[in-house]
Design a protein around this ligand. Structure first.
Ligand code: NAD
Length: 269
C-alpha cells in the first residue's frame, strides 16, 4: 500500500492475535516494525520470524528491519523506554499501533478499584501514554505521524459483566477523536478500528469450543467470526497514504455485528 515502505511502526502487544497479524502485515508492506511484548519473548520471536519471512520472502537484506521491545504499557517508564528503543534502534517512529489490551469478566457491582485501574491502565491509559510520547516525538521533529487505536465494537455496544473493558473502549473512541482534532494541523492522523468477534487468544473461552463458537457466530450477520488478518488489512490501509485524508474515524470490522441483527426480520406484521 502507498506510503508504507521504509516507514517504522511500533505495535504494542504484538506477540499474539491481532497485534501479531498487524506486525506481520506491516512488515509485508515494507515497514520496519518494533514488536512490543510484555511477558513472552518466544511468542514475540515468532511474530518477528513470520514478519521477516513475509517481508523478505527469501530475499536476503530486503531492507525491512524489525525489533523486539519488551515492556508493560501500563507502566509509564516502560513506555518511554519502548519508544526510545524503537527510535534508537530502528532510526525513527512514524506509525503507532495501540493494540495491547486485556479484559476480565465480573459483575459491575463487584468490580474493585484495583480491577478498574488494571484494565483501564492497559487499554486506555497505556494507549494514551504511547500516543502522547509519539506525538511529542513528532512535534519535536516537525514530522507527520499516524496513530491507530485497536478499539472494539464495545466502544459503542454496552457489555454487561465487562464494564471496565467497555469503559476503556468507549474512552478510546473519544481519545481517537480528540487527538485527531488537536493535531490534524500538524499532519498527525489518529484513527481506530473496532473489531467484532475475532479468533484470537483473548477469546479462547469460545473459539476452542465448537458449540460455544457456533453460539457466538449465530449473533453475527455474516455468520462467522473475523480473523486477525482481516483486522490487519484495515490497519495497513489506515496507516498508509491511501488513507491520507482520513482522521478521527473508527472503522468497524465486525461482519455486521453493529447493524442491530435483531432487525433482520420485522418485529411485527
Ligand atoms: P490477545 O490477548 O491475543 O492480544 C492482546 C495482547 O496484548 C497480548 O499479546 C498481550 O500480551 C498484550 N498485552 C496485554 N497487557 C499488556 C501490557 N500491559 N503491556 C504490553 N502488552 C500487553 O487478544 P487480541 O484479540 O489480539 O487483542 C488485541 C486487541 O484487540 C485488544 O486491544 C482487544 O481489546 C482488541 N479486540 C479484540 C477483539 C477480539 O474479538 N479478539 C475484539 C475487539 C477488540
Amino acid at each position: 500500500m502507498k506510503g508504507l515502505q521504509g516507514k517504522t511502526a511500533l505495535v504494542t502487544g504484538a506477540s499474539s492475535g491481532i497485534g501479531q497479524a498487524i506486525a506481520i502485515r506491516l512488515a509485508q508492506e515494507g515497514c520496519n516494525v518494533a514488536i512490543n511484548y510484555r511477558s513472552s519473548p518466544e511468542a514475540a520471536q515468532e511474530t518477528q520470524d513470520q514478519a521477516m519471512q513475509k517481508a523478505c520472502d527469501g530475499i536476503e537484506a530486503c531492507g525491512v528491519r524489525s525489533l523486539l521491545v519488551q515492556g508493560d504499557v501500563s507502566q509509564e517508564a516502560d513506555i518511554r523506554q519502548i519508544i526510545a528503543d524503537t527510535i534508537d534502534k530502528l532510526g525513527s517512529l512514524d506509525i503507532l499501533i495501540n493494540n495491547a489490551g486485556i479484559q476480565a469478566e465480573k459483575p459491575s457491582h463487584e468490580v474493585t478499584a484495583a480491577d478498574f485501574d488494571r484494565i483501564l491502565g492497559v487499554n486506555l491509559r497505556g494507549a494514551f501514554l504511547c500516543a502522547r510520547e509519539s506525538i511529542q516525538h513528532w512535534l519535536e521533529r516537525g514530522q507527520s505521524g499516524v496513530i491507530i487505536n485497536i478499539s472494539s465494537v464495545h466502544e459503542i455496544i454496552p457489555r454487561p459483566l465487562y464494564v471496565t473493558y467497555s469503559i476503556s473502549k468507549g474512552g478510546m473512541e473519544n481519545m481517537t477523536k480528540t487527538l485527531a482534532l488537536e493535531y490534524a494541523a500538524q499532519g498527525i492522523r489518529v484513527n481506530a478500528i473496532a473489531p467484532g468477534a475475532t479468533v484470537t487468544p483473548i477469546n479462547d473461552a469460545w473459539t476452542e469450543d465448537p458449540e460455544k463458537r457456533a453460539q457466538v457466530e449465530s449473533h453475527i450477520p455474516m455468520g462467522r467470526a473475523g480473523t486477525s488478518e482481516e483486522m490487519a488489512a484495515a490497519v495497513a490501509f489506515l496507516a498508509s497514504d491511501e488513507a491520507a485524508y482520513i482522521t478521527g474515524q473508527t472503522l468497524f470490522i465486525d461482519g455486521g455485528l453493529t447493524l442491530y441483527a435483531d432487525f433482520r426480520e420485522a418485529w411485527s406484521a
